[in-house]
Design a protein around this ligand. Structure first.
Ligand code: PLP
Length: 421
């Protein structure tokens, strides 16, 4: 094997949930033929109406004179012009903004926005000062764990917890007494709605974070992969927040196009330029086929409509099944707390004072055929010892109603055994 550089070695580490996916895939392979309740997936389901929408848009593209221009030619790194125009029009109308095409950058999936941002704004400056990438509320998206080629720049903050003891519910809030954004901060990133917790930061919380960053010209990347208008995976009222130092980042992955790799950064041109150059160097541009079919779905209003009428109710129902099953089967005397299900495609369960680690609990669940993701993989950038990091589980809402319901019944039984051992 050729020797790797420091960055090469770093990038070949499986970070966060990818490491666990390896274990899960091995489990699935080893247990073929057995019934497994797999509630670990981060991959959205293929919903028939959504697939049909993309099929129809594809048929329309195939029949149009545009086809050759779209798939047989390179384009600009900023993105496909008709797609950018459709986004500008949609967002201006919907949110009363004054965006122009210079406020949009299309990327190869939204993951790459965070990779470009983390390395353009975080890491060492020319005069060797370390600029931090701040995650204001931990836990957050595990994919932030691998984005920086300078891992010491990533720093996350512990949240405060609003706990409803009677109803076994809780909600994370940013801890503004601890959160520090200074001249040493390079950028801020958080997901809203949040993967893995389903949390939606309030508008006031978002505005407060943006205001803390303003005096230092720190860009704030709001990862809106689950937000309205598409995929609209918010189960609670939420309005996207825009502002001078805010880059609103969206993704079409949860709206049925994860394979096409389409992300969008919306914000001030001066903040997007460096990201666009990064993209030119890394991969030239995103798939133009994906952008061309998305143009059709956005211009007609079909995408926003299907998001509200199909995608959101589908996952909201899954959360309802999970929540009502847990309420029915979890022992009342145990300190279990379900995070408020405000959005995304996951439920987040906190087992306070769990006598074993989340990883051991995950292993016990595997033995009864239920697969979830241990929560400790979702605290990138939070180095400090905090028992809470080992007391949580992420449960995917991509299972069938039966899988979710049986999975939670078995989880309740294991919880009972583990706490009373
Ligand atoms: N951000 C969040 C919060 C996610 O959950 C995901 C994918 O699961 C991504 C970003 C990356 O999505 P993509 O690169 O497909 O746009």
């Amino acid at each position: 094997k050729p020797a790797l550089t420091k960055i090469g070695a770093q990038m070949s580490n499986l970070t966060g949930v990818r490491a666990i996916m390896k274990d899960i895939n091995e489990t699935l392979r080893a247990n073929q033929g057995q019934v497994l309740y797999n509630l670990s997936a981060g991959n959205p389901l293929i919903l028939p109406e959504v697939e049909q929408l993309w099929r129809d848009c594809t048929a329309d593209l195939l029949a149009s004179a545009e086809y050759g221009e779209v798939v047989c030619r390179y384009g600009s790194s900023q993105g496909y012009a008709p797609f950018i125009a459709a986004i500008v029009k949609d967002f201006n109308q919907r949110y009363g903004l004054q965006l122009t095409e210079r406020n949009i950058l299309v990327t190869a999936g939204s993951q790459t926005i965070y990779f470009y941002a983390a390395n353009a704004y975080g890491g060492y400056t020319e005069d060797c000062k370390l600029k931090k990438i701040v995650l204001p509320l931990s836990p957050d998206y595990t994919g932030y764990g691998g984005v920086s080629i300078c891992p010491e720049s990533l720093i996350a903050y512990k949240p405060t917890l609003d706990v409803d003891d009677v109803n076994h519910r809780f909600k994370y809030r940013p801890d503004f007494t601890q959160l520090s954004i200074t001249q040493e901060t390079g950028c801020v990133i958080f997901s809203r709605p949040c993967n893995p917790t389903g949390n939606v930061l309030t508008n006031e919380e978002v505005e407060k974070i943006a205001a803390l960053a303003t005096p230092y010209d720190v860009p704030v990347f709001i990862d809106s992969a689950y937000a309205p208008p598409f995929p609209a995976l918010n189960f609670t009222e939420m309005k996207p927040v825009f502002g001078e130092n805010i880059i609103h980042c969206i993704s079409l992955s949860k709206a049925g196009l994860p394979g096409e790799r389409i992300g969008l950064a919306i914000g001030e041109e001066k903040l997007l330029q460096v990201l666009e150059c990064f993209q030119t160097n890394a991969g030239i541009h995103s798939s133009r086929y994906g952008q061309a079919i998305a143009t059709r779905a956005i211009e007609s209003g079909a995408l926003a409509n299907i998001a509200e009428t199909v995608i959101r109710p589908f996952y909201q129902h899954k959360f309802d099944v999970l929540e009502s099953t847990l309420d029915a089967v979890m022992p009342k005397d145990l300190p279990w707390f379900l995070h408020r299900g405000e959005g995304a495609i996951f439920a987040w369960l906190w087992l306070q004072e769990l006598p074993i680690s989340d990883w051991e609990f995950y292993q016990q669940l595997k033995k009864v055929g239920v697969i979830v993701v241990p929560g400790s993989s979702f605290f990138p950038g939070l180095e400090e010892n905090w028992e809470h990091k080992h007391q949580c589980l992420r449960i995917s809402l991509t299972g069938t109603d039966e899988e979710i319901s049986i999975g939670m019944q078995r989880l309740a039984k294991i919880a009972q055994e583990v706490y009373h051992q």
